[in-house]
Design a binder for this molecule. Structure first.
Ligand code: ADP
Ligand code: MG
Length: 357
């Protein structure tokens, strides 16, 4: 099922939780909504589900305007972080619940429902657990049963809101791989909400990066990491360093020193230079480079993380050096980022606001 989210605005007591969100989701796609807490991910998911209704804008399921339809009419399946299973029902009863409560003419027989529950338990790799109660399952097993329950109704769209959020790191990683495999088997159009970038980048066909009720960028894991379109995305996906600079006549400057970088399509005036701490090359004495004095250095796994004060000590940037680099305190280091991006301050300022949320 294709989904088209068209210019959605959602206000709660006049507070805009989403403004102007548009997104097309392809049939069979696994999409991740990724953003910090409060960015509007759950709100968008609940609007798709029909648990909330938009203040303005529309949501299409295929050719149908579903904006005013109920959850049941939309036929969506959910899994939430804390969407507990029914404690007094067995695993099989939990999975069959959505079928059992259908109107009589649409309801499969009790034997069919039991068979469907067993098939789904095979699919989620928990065969034979039909008669257990939720209290007799681990956290990871419960979330797998919750997914089986969501799939039982043969949903048009599967919606998952931080489904592994309450589980520990190793279980999360296992379930991530498992979910990807299930998705490849069943091919449901799936929207997965997470604030964990590793989870989003590993799992999804495309990632939707959200901040402050708006979409910042939609793209593959490569797109959002290698070609971030906004300061927020550069800062949020992967590690980044940023340096306040000035753009003048096509060049990038700190005070009266040129960094030897060409500023294309960035207006003259204050700007921020973004780069990845690991993606720098050291240079010997420089005409065009970034030079700074080591203010701190620490060993992190296979590398050394060094903070440099650049242009006086007002600007601190972090770079990553080989572990055997001495990086003595107060020594001078000059480098050049291998890849980088400039954002004029009007844009970078927005990100500074986003960070305080
Ligand atoms: P996320 O899932 O990305 O953490 P949410 O969609 O839950 O973000 O929330 C987005 C914003 O909308 C937040 O500022 C939140 O406080 C607000 N919000 C969400 N639901 C409600 C509600 N029912 N009433 C009032 N404000 C809400
Ligand atoms: Mg949420």
């Amino acid at each position: 099922m294709e989904l088209s989210i068209r210019n959605i605005r959602k206000e709660f007591d006049r507070f805009p939780a989403l403004h102007g969100v548009s997104l097309d989701i392809r049939s069979g796609e696994l999409i991740a909504l990724l953003g910090p807490s409060g960015s509007g991910k759950t709100t968008l998911l609940r609007l798709i589900a029909g648990l909330e209704f938009p203040t303005s804008g529309a949501i299409f399921f295929g050719e149908d305007d579903a904006s005013q339809k109920t959850v049941q009419e939309r036929n969506v399946g959910f899994v939430f972080q804390h969407y507990a299973l029914f404690r007094h029902m067995t695993v099989a009863e939990n999975i069959g619940f959505g079928l059992k409560v259908r109107p009589r003419r649409l309801r499969p027989s009790a034997a069919q429902i039991r068979r469907r529950a067993s098939e789904l338990l095979e699919l989620v790799r928990l065969p034979g657990l039909e008669n257990r109660y939720p209290s007799q399952l681990s956290g990871g097993q419960r979330q797998r049963v919750a997914l089986a329950r969501a799939l039982a109704i043969e949903p048009k769209v599967l919606l998952l809101d931080e489904p592994f959020g309450a589980l520990d790191a190793q279980v999360r990683r296992d379930l991530r791989r498992w979910l990807r495999e299930i998705h490849e088997t069943t091919g449901h159009t799936t929207v997965f909400v997470t604030h964990d970038q590793e989870e989003a980048l590993e799992l999804a066909d495309r990632v939707v990066v959200m901040s402050q009720g708006a979409i910042e960028q939609v793209g593959s894991a490569d797109d959002v990491y290698d070609r971030p379109l906004t300061p927020f995305v550069y800062g949020f996906i992967g590690e980044s360093s940023r340096l306040p600079v000035r753009v003048d006549t096509g060049g990038v400057w700190i005070d009266d020193r040129s960094l030897g970088l060409a500023a294309v399509d960035v207006p003259d005036g204050p700007a921020h230079l973004f780069f990845r701490p690991h993606d720098v090359e050291l240079v010997e004495g420089c005409g065009g480079c970034i030079a700074g004095v080591v203010v701190s250095s620490r060993r992190v796994e296979a590398t050394r993380r060094v903070e440099l004060a650049v242009g006086g000590d007002r600007r601190i940037v972090e770079i990553e050096l080989p572990a055997d680099h001495p990086a003595a305190l107060r020594s001078r280091i000059a480098f050049r980022p291998r890849s980088w991006k400039l954002f004029a301050d009007a844009q970078a300022g927005r990100e500074a606001c986003a960070e305080t949320v």
